[in-house]
Design a protein around this ligand. Structure first.
Ligand code: F3S
Length: 64
């Protein structure tokens, strides 16, 4: 699984960081920073889906 994160769509709601700090950090302006490049570790796949489902701006997508 891979995560696609659209920085232009992000509005800084930070649900992703709250749900999965292993996958997302927050920059100094409050926008998300994707920490994982490439394949998401298997144990974090459910969290990645949760982030995608919970971003109100649809800035996060997961790709099987
Ligand atoms: Fe941005 Fe969505 Fe996370 S708006 S901070 S990617 S919950």
């Amino acid at each position: 699984m891979k995560i696609n994160y659209d920085r232009d769509a992000c509005q800084g709601h930070n649900r992703c960081y709250q749900l999965a700090p292993e996958l997302f950090d927050v920059d100094e302006e409050g926008y998300a920073v994707l920490l994982v490049t490439g394949e998401v570790p298997a144990e974090l796949e459910e969290k990645a889906k949760l982030c995608a489902d919970n971003c109100p701006e649809f800035a996060i997508e997961v790709e099987a």
